[in-house]
Design a binder for this molecule. Structure first.
Ligand code: NAD
Ligand code: G6P
Ligand code: MN
Length: 440
């Protein structure tokens, strides 16, 4: 069986150890010959990498492991780039979330003005990684889950049209795992779904078991009462996420024939979200206090003890979609997966140049999208507005345009007026001086 060389871009990410453990658990179907980490913050990456080095030595000493901040070393001789960078790190996520809240608008990592601000930072960072990959390993594929994936995907579609890059999100996978549990199945892979939308902005229209039986009625009965909070919660999900899964009940009620992505709550119930936000303590603070502290604490303990049992790093089970995707390309499995791809007619009555999230068959030459057909007025209206926001952000980045970015924020369904949009934009510009191109 062929063995592969992978570089994780954003090696210092809190998700890196969970993904390394997941890669190790999948060596039977996606074997590695080399694993490298790349990050532009050497000190942050070193902690994660030195701990992973201990784990790899214990579990897979044959995999050649290294980490670096040098692009040439990182991107030379790789088959896959797994990219999860966060330009500006949590310090800037906190600002993305808190600045709009000061103006009475919701603050969220990937939605509304916060997501737009993050997009303006991410585009350059992700393009740089695409360019390194194309320069040093022109045959490699980039599996990107750096956020905001919708904006990043539009930027690469437009600015690097020939790049071998696949954009993917784990939210549908997380929701489908809950649906499977609700339907009494062991694994979401026992379901066959139809879904369409934009990233963090879509709907399931059909869910069947492997025999073709409709699972929608059973799931619907549960979602109508509890949203996506499953009968028993084995995962010990944090309260803020649990609220999002519960709120899916109200989001669902708008179109009970389908099931919504949880992120639609930010667009359909923005007033509710603002009322339930604490402008002094947002999700970034929770993540810094919990996930970041836990992961780095464990890594330091492992480094000191020289053995992995000293920490409590956990395998990121549901990140196995990344292995599914890599395996699909490496071994031409033709697995059916939701990916963010150019619409190109798949949704018949929607912009062919929009990046949409739809089922695709994935093989060695990439994704083959399945036809969705026509979508209803409600979804089409919402998606048209949101896709215009995403395109305007890329326009703004490309042409360094204040005007386009003001239009983008104004058009976001989360923002009440052009004057509020302008006030938020001016604060965001101030906060992002180090990261955004200078706007004219
Ligand atoms: P994190 O801040 O812990 O890690 C990100 C790393 O990226 C940091 O070590 C940082 O130094 C590095 N980085 C920043 N800019 C870089 C650049 N230009 N080049 C190289 N490295 C750079 O963040 P996290 O919470 O672990 O999340 C990582 C990313 O994964 C985020 O973009 C997050 O939104 C994304 N994510 C996406 C999905 C999805 O569904 N698509 C799921 C989970 C996480
Ligand atoms: C889901 C989404 C990601 C997002 C993450 C935020 O997994 O699909 O796109 O980055 O949630 O989670 P966090 O725990 O960082 O708030
Ligand atoms: Mn996502």
């Amino acid at each position: 069986m062929k063995k592969f060389s992978v570089v994780v871009a954003g090696g210092g990410s809190t998700f890196t150890p969970g993904i390394v453990l997941m890669l190790l658990a999948n060596q039977h179907r996606f074997p590695l010959r080399a694993l490298k980490f790349y990050d532009n913050d050497g000190a942050r990456q070193e902690t994660i990498a030195e701990a992973c080095k201990v784990i790899l030595k214990e579990q897979a000493p044959d995999i050649e492991f290294s980490y670096t901040t040098d692009p040439k070393q990182a991107f030379t001789d790789v088959d896959f780039v797994m990219a999860h960078i966060r330009v500006g790190k949590y310090q800037m996520r906190e600002k993305d979330e808190k600045i709009p809240l000061r103006h009475g608008v919701l603050g969220q990592e990937t939605c509304g003005p916060g997501g737009i601000a993050y997009g303006m930072r991410s585009i350059g960072g992700v393009l740089e990684i695409v360019d390194y990959m194309e320069k040093y390993s022109p045959n490699a594929w980039m599996l990107n889950y750096s956020n905001p994936a919708a904006i990043v995907a539009e930027a690469t579609r437009r600015l690097r049209p020939a790049a071998k890059i696949l954009n993917i999100c784990d939210m549908p996978i997380g929701i489908e795992s809950r649906m499977a549990q609700i339907a009494g199945l062991k694994d979401r892979k026992e379901m066959r779904v139809r879904y369409y939308g934009l990233n963090h902005f879509g709907w399931w229209t059909s869910i069947e078991d492997q025999q073709g039986n409709d699972l929608m009625p059973k799931i619907r009965e549960h979602v109508a009462k509890h949203g996506y909070v499953p009968p028993t919660d084995e995962h010990g999900v944090e309260a803020s996420w649990n609220d999002t899964f519960a709120k899916a009940k109200d989001v669902w009620a708008l179109d009970p024939d389908t099931f919504p992505n949880t992120y639609l709550k930010y667009y359909l119930f923005p007033d509710y979200v603002v009322q339930h936000s604490n402008p002094e303590r947002t999700r970034a603070n929770e993540v810094m206090d919990h996930r970041e502290k836990n992961v780095f604490g464990s890594c330091n303990a492992i480094i000191q003890a020289g053995k992995s049992s000293a920490g409590d790093l956990e395998i990121d089970e549901h990140a196995s979609y990344i292995v599914d995707l890599a395996t699909a390309i490496a071994f031409n499995t033709q697995e059916r997966m939701l990916l963010i791809v150019p619409n190109n007619g798949a949704i018949n009555n929607f912009d062919p140049e929009a990046m949409v999230e739809i089922p695709c068959l994935v093989g060695k030459s990439g994704p083959e999208p399945l036809v969705v057909g026509n979508i209803p007025q409600f979804q089409k209206g919402l998606m048209s507005q949101q896709v215009a926001v995403e395109k305007l952000v890329v326009d703004a980045w490309e042409h360094r345009s204040y005007q386009k970015l003001w239009q983008a924020i104004t058009l976001s369904k989360t923002v009440p007026s052009a004057s509020v949009a302008k006030a938020i934009l001016d604060d965001l510009i101030e906060a992002n001086r180090e990261y955004w191109p200078e706007l004219k």
